[in-house]
Ligand binder design. Structure first.
Ligand code: 76R
Length: 287
C-alpha cells in the first residue's frame, strides 16, 4: 500500500486480520436443553469452526476464560476484514449463539514492528541521495520494505497460525500520549532504543511464551492487542511483571482489561459446553 513515509514513523509488516470475541455462556440454559439438542448445536458449531482452523486462509481458536468478564474467547484470523465479516455473520448464525452473549471484542491486524529496519531504509535512501517522496524514493522504499517482509522469519510470523499452547492471555494497550509523558513526541532514535531494550527482555522468555502483537490504531479503542500463549500461566505473571520495570512499559504503557484462560481444541467444544471433565478437554490435543 503506497503511503507517504514520514521518517518519524516506524513502518510495520502486517499480517492476519484478527477478531477476538468474548462471550458469556448461558450455562444454566444450556444445561436445560435435552441431550439431542446439545449434541446437534455443538456439532454445528464444530462443523463451522473446524474448517476455519484447517484452512490456510484463516484460523479459529477457543479458550475458556476465568472470571466474570467472559466465559469463552473466540479468536479468528482471516486474510481481510471482509473475510472476518463473513466469519462473524457465520458464527452469529449458529444455534449456539442463542446461548452466548457478547461481552467484548477486539479488531486488529497482526504486526511486526520495524523500528530498526525503518531507520536503515531512511539512511539507505539518504545515502542514495534520492529526493524524499519522489517516485524513485517511494519505489526504493517499497522495495526495501518488501525485502524485509520476505525475510523467511518475518514471512512465517506474519501468517503463523494461532499458537496451540494451553494458556492464553489477551489484553489491549496504549503508549501514553499525556501532557508530560508522550511516547509519540519522543525522537525516533529514543523510541527505537527503548524497543530494543523491550525486545531484549522479551527474548529472555523466548521459548516460554509465544507473543502475537497486533496493531489496532484506527480500528479499536486501544492501540495494540497483546496475545500471549504459554504452557504455564505463571509465565504471563513473570513476563509482564518484569516488563513493568522496563522503560517502554514502566513509563509509556497503559493497559486495558486482561482476559486469561485455557485454550482447548475445537473438537473439545462439546465437552466445554457440557462442562464435562477437564480431562475430556485436554484429551483433544491442541494443534
Ligand atoms: O517482534 C520481535 O520479536 C522483535 C522485538 C519486539 C518488538 C518490535 C518485541 C519482542 N515486541 C515488539 C513490539 Mn513486544 N510485548 C508487548 C507486551 O505488558 C507489557 O508491558 C507490554 C505488553 C509484552 C508482554 C510483549 C512481549 N511489543 C511490541 C509492541 C509494538 C510497540 C511499537 O511499535 O511501538 C508492543 C505494544 C509490545 C508489547 N515482546 C517481544 C514480548 C516478547 C516476549 C518479545 C520477545 C519475543 C521472542 O523473542 O520470542
Amino acid at each position: 500500500m503506497r503511503v507517504v513515509r514520514h521518517p518519524n514513523v516506524p513502518e510495520s509488516l502486517d499480517g492476519w486480520s484478527i477478531l477476538h470475541r468474548m462471550f458469556r455462556f448461558r450455562r444454566r440454559r444450556w444445561d436445560a436443553l435435552d441431550a439431542t439438542n446439545r449434541t446437534r448445536i455443538a456439532a454445528e458449531a464444530v462443523e463451522f469452526l473446524q474448517p476455519l482452523h484447517e484452512d490456510p486462509e484463516s484460523d479459529a481458536a477457543l479458550a475458556q476464560l476465568l472470571g466474570h468478564k467472559a466465559d469463552l474467547m473466540v479468536t479468528h484470523y482471516a486474510r481481510s476484514f471482509d473475510a472476518l465479516g463473513d466469519i462473524q455473520v457465520g458464527f452469529d448464525r449458529l444455534a449456539l449463539s442463542d446461548y452466548l452473549e457478547a461481552s467484548a471484542s477486539y479488531v486488529s491486524i497482526l504486526e511486526l514492528g520495524l523500528y530498526d529496519a525503518t531507520a536503515k531504509i531512511h539512511a539507505n535512501l539518504r545515502e542514495r541521495k534520492l529526493k524524499p517522496h519522489s517516485q524513485e524514493w517511494n519505489d526504493a522504499f517499497d522495495e526495501l520494505l518488501r525485502e524485509a517482509g520476505e525475510e523467511p522469519r518475518s514471512a512465517v510470523r506474519l501468517w503463523a497460525k494461532i499458537p496451540p499452547r494451553r494458556y492464553a492471555c489477551f489484553y489491549p494497550m496504549d503508549k501514553k500520549r499525556g501532557e508530560d509523558v508522550n511516547w509519540y513526541m519522543l525522537p525516533y532514535d529514543e523510541r527505537a532504543a527503548l524497543m530494543v531494550e523491550h525486545g531484549k527482555i522479551g527474548r529472555t522468555f523466548h521459548s516460554l511464551v509465544t507473543q502475537v502483537i497486533s496493531g489496532s490504531i484506527g480500528f479499536d479503542d486501544w492501540e495494540w492487542g497483546v496475545d500471549l500463549y504459554a504452557d504455564d500461566p505463571l509465565v504471563f505473571k513473570k513476563l509482564i511483571y518484569e516488563m513493568r520495570f522496563d522503560e517502554a512499559s514502566a513509563k509509556y504503557a497503559a493497559f486495558g482489561p486482561f482476559y486469561t484462560g485455557m485454550q482447548f481444541s475445537i473438537e473439545a467444544l462439546p465437552a466445554f459446553l457440557d462442562g464435562r471433565e477437564r480431562a475430556a478437554l485436554l484429551q483433544q490435543q491442541l494443534r
